[in-house]
Ligand binder design. Structure first.
Ligand code: MRU
Length: 346
C-alpha cells in the first residue's frame, strides 16, 4: 500500500487517507493550505513519524502557494511563520521537524526571490522525500527479514506500517520483508490505547495484504509472552537519541521490559533520519501530551467519569539496553549504540 499520501496536481492539494476513520470508512481529506496541513497533523488524519515528515514536506509547498495567493511584498516573513506552524504541529517525531528544516535548507541554498520558483522546487523535493521513504522502508525490510525466523509470531505495538510511512512501513516493513522472503509468520498487533493504531490500522493493512494478524489488548502482553506465543518484537520509532534510546508510542517501554523478562528479542526499525544525534538520551525527547478526550472517550462513548483527570502522554522512551538491534535502511545497528550511531553519522 503506497498511496495514502497523494499529491493532486488538478486540485493543487495534498490528499490524505483519513486514518481517524479506519477501519470502517475509507475517506480522503484534502489539504490546500497551512491550516489544513496543521489540522491533519494534529488530529492525526495522518500519523506515524515518516508519514508526518512527508506530509510536512508537501505542507511547505502548500504554504508557499498560499503565501503567493496573498500577494504580499514581504512574503518571506509570512512564509517563515507558516513553516514554523507546520514544524511545531507535533513535538516528538523528529521526521516532521527534519522535513521542514530540509525545506528551509533548500530555500537558503536556492536564494531565490521568486516565490513561484521556490514552490516548484519544494514540490519537487517533497516528491523526492516521498519516494525515498518507500525505498528506505523496503531496504529496512530486506535487512530486517534476516532477524525473523520461519514460523515466528512477531508482536508489534502501534502502527509502524505503510500507513505510518510513505508506504511499506518500518516495523511492518521488516514483517513484509520476512513474508516476501518466503517465511511463514504471523503477527500480534497490540491494540494501542487510546488511539488504537494497532487494532484499527496495523490489523487493517496486514489483513488487506493477507498477512495473518491477531489483535491483542495491550494488557495481554505479559501472558502471551509467558505462554510462548511471541518469538520476536519489532516496533518503529519517532525519534532515536544519540545513545540509542528509542522513543515510540506509549506502552512500547512496557513491551520492551516484558520482552527482556521473557528473553524475547526486541527490535526497533527506523530510517536513519529518525536518529537525532543532537538529542543525547530518550529522556531529552519532548513527549507529546494529547487531548484528554482521547482517553476519556472511546469513539463517542464516555468511559471516564466527568471531572476525573487522565494522562494522555503519547510516547515513551525505551532504553537502549533493552533493544537487541536497530534496523535501518543502511543495515542493522547493534549495541553499543552510541558508538554505532557516531560511526553512522561520521
Ligand atoms: O501518534 P502516532 O500514531 O503518530 O505514533 C506513531 C508511532 O508511535 C509509530 O510507531 C512511529 O511513528 C513509527 S512509524 C514508522
Amino acid at each position: 500500500m503506497t498511496d495514502h499520501i497523494q499529491f493532486s496536481p488538478e486540485k493543487d492539494a495534498l490528499v490524505l487517507l483519513d486514518q481517524r476513520l479506519l477501519p470502517t470508512r475509507v475517506e480522503w481529506f484534502d489539504c490546500t493550505g497551512t491550516e489544513d496541513v496543521c489540522f491533519a497533523l494534529k488530529v492525526m488524519v495522518v500519523r506515524g513519524a515518516p508519514a508526518i515528515g512527508v506530509t510536512a514536506a508537501y505542507g511547505c509547498y502548500l504554504a508557499a502557494r498560499e503565501t503567493a495567493r496573498e500577494g504580499a511584498a514581504d512574503w518571506a516573513k509570512a512564509l517563515t511563520a507558516r513553516l514554523d506552524r507546520i514544524e511545531n504541529a507535533r513535538p516528538t517525531a523528529v521526521n516532521l521537524a527534519w522535513a521542514v528544516r530540509e525545506m528551509r535548507r533548500v530555500w537558503a541554498e536556492r536564494k531565490t526571490s521568486s516565490l513561484d520558483e521556490l514552490a516548484a522546487v519544494w514540490l519537487a523535493r517533497a516528491k523526492e522525500i516521498h519516494l525515498a521513504d518507500i525505498e528506505m522502508c523496503k531496504a529496512m525490510g530486506r535487512f530486517g527479514a534476516d532477524l525473523i525466523d520461519e514460523g515466528d509470531t512477531v508482536m508489534t505495538h502501534c502502527n509502524a506500517g505503510a500507513l505510518a510511512t510513505a508506504g511499506y512501513g518500518t516495523a511492518l516493513g521488516v514483517i513484509r520483508g520476512a513474508v516476501d522472503a518466503g517465511k511463514k509468520i504471523q503477527v500480534i498487533a497490540n491494540e494501542t490505547r487510546p488511539f488504537l493504531q494497532g487494532a484499527r490500522l496495523t490489523a487493517w493493512e496486514l489483513h488487506r495484504d493477507g498477512i495473518p494478524v491477531r489483535v491483542a489488548c495491550d494488557n495481554a502482553c505479559a501472558l502471551l509472552m509467558k505462554r510462548g506465543l511471541v518469538q520476536k518484537v519489532v516496533v518503529g520509532a519517532d525519534r532515536i537519541a544519540a545513545n540509542g534510546d528509542a522513543v515510540n508510542k506509549i506502552g512500547t517501554f512496557g513491551v520492551a521490559l516484558l520482552a527482556r523478562n521473557f528473553g524475547i528479542p526486541f527490535y526497533v526499525a527506523a530510517p536513519v533520519y529518525t536518529i537525532d544525534p543532537a538529542t543525547a538520551t530518550g529522556d531529552d525527547v519532548p513527549i507529546e501530551d494529547r487531548d484528554p478526550r482521547e482517553v476519556t472517550h472511546v469513539g463517542q462513548t464516555q468511559v471516564v467519569p466527568d471531572g476525573v483527570s487522565v494522562y494522555n502522554l503519547a510516547f515513551d522512551p525505551t532504553p537502549a539496553a533493552l533493544i537487541a538491534g536497530i534496523v535501518t535502511e543502511r543495515g542493522v545497528l547493534r549495541p553499543p549504540y552510541g558508538e554505532a550511531i557516531r560511526k553512522l553519522f561520521a
